[in-house]
Design a protein. Structure first.
Ligand SMILES: Nc1nc2c(ncn2[C@@H]2O[C@H](COP(=O)(O)OP(=O)(O)OP(=O)(O)O)[C@@H](O)[C@H]2O)c(=O)[nH]1
Ligand SMILES: [Mg+2]
Length: 328
């Protein structure tokens, strides 16, 4: 039986063939289905159109697929903050990572030893900070997912090799980050990001200061940077300045530790509440429970109050090391 297709149908079919996007294809298909003559001779065609429509709708709602390579760069945050190690090949990122975290990353005396990011936890006093070891950055090749990992991180550790021209390394790294629209800034600098750019607080580490000429290279770098970015000479091999580095990383994260206590009891100094700098008594309560924060009447505070145990309201700002007794 002939299909007897109408000009209207043929027009819609032409539109369907020209359509470039899924929504446009669906629109054209809808018209085709609406105007197609409905009789025995078009039964099979209509079934085909409906099945095509179902497939297109499914495609439209499918989530964008992330490649496996990209997924490897998706590291779940844990602990008080996530700090991303960055550097050119062979500068000692994995050596440092393996020394200060509970995790291990392969170390090699050849470049490109690390191929995928690896997370590990670093203890600093009574908290845990997450470090992420990464593959070396390259000028001509940025792995998919790498920019996002850096952009999502809470702070960056830029590792430079003092056995090499460290200023040059710094320039190359800055250039690569520029491609990703990432600007590195110091601890107290706040420059508002514009047009898709993000600012990341960064600590520069001059590694391998144990090498002959290492400290001379460090001084050169220090002089050139002139205090723009925090900078520390370290030796992973000689375990030099690693404790200072941990402290600097903590400061970079812009967080504070506050301790809660129940009335008449001593505070537990092993379990700090970790908050962003600038938080209030209300944020302390929120960290316990939303309802707790709603019911909060007042707090007593030891540390930043005028005297120990001072009564304060919910908007009272808390400081590093404060002890807070919440009352509901
Ligand atoms: N002298 C000296 N050598 C170091 C130090 N830290 C690391 N190295 C050496 O530097 C080489 C590279 O170390 P890795 O930790 O694999 O470097 P990486 O930056 O992770 O390298 P990629 O993963 O290839 O980017 C190894 O031979 C290390 O033993 C240090 O503090 N002093
Ligand atoms: Mg490595």
């Amino acid at each position: 039986m002939p299909a007897n297709l109408t000009p209207e149908y043929l027009e819609a079919e032409a539109k369907f063939k020209q359509a470039k996007t899924i929504p446009d294809k669906i629109k054209a298909l809808e018209v085709m289905l609406a105007v197609i003559p409905k009789h025995k001779g078009t039964e099979k065609m209509r079934a085909q159109l409906r099945s095509r429509m179902a497939k297109l709708k499914e495609e439209l709602h499918r989530k964008p697929t992330i490649s496996r390579a990209e997924q490897a760069f998706n590291i779940k945050k844990e602990g008080a903050g996530q700090v991303i190690l960055l550097g050119l090949p062979n500068v000692g990122k994995s050596s440092l990572f393996s020394k200060v975290t509970n995790a291990a990353s392969e170390i090699g005396d050849y470049p490109f030893t690390t191929q995928k990011p690896i997370p590990g936890m670093m203890r600093f006093e009574n908290i845990q900070i997450q470090l992420v070891d990464t593959p070396p950055l390259q000028l001509d090749h940025i792995e998919p997912g790498f920019p996002n990992l850096i952009r999502n991180g809470d702070a960056l550790l830029m590792v430079l090799d003092l056995g090499d021209d460290s200023l040059f390394q710094m320039e190359v790294l800055t250039e690569i980050l520029k491609e990703m629209k990432i600007k590195i800034i110091g601890r107290d600098q706040i420059s508002p990001p514009e047009g898709g750019w993000v600012c990341k607080k960064t600590l520069l580490l001059g590694n391998k200061c144990d090498l002959p000429g290492g400290m001379r290279e460090y001084r050169k770098l220090e002089e050139q940077l002139n205090g723009i970015l925090p900078l520390l000479p370290i030796s992973t091999r000689g375990e030099m300045n690693l404790e200072e580095m941990k402290k600097e990383i903590y400061l970079l994260l812009d967080i504070i530790r506050v301790y809660t206590k129940a009335p008449g009891k001593e505070p537990d100094f092993t379990e700090p509440v970790i908050l962003k700098k600038g938080s209030t008594v209300e944020d302390v309560a929120l960290s316990i429970h939303k309802e707790f924060a709603q019911k909060l009447r007042y707090a007593r505070i030891w540390g930043s109050g005028k005297f120990g145990g001072q009564m304060v309201k919910r908007d009272f700002p808390v400081q590093e090391g404060d002890v807070v007794e919440l009352h509901i």
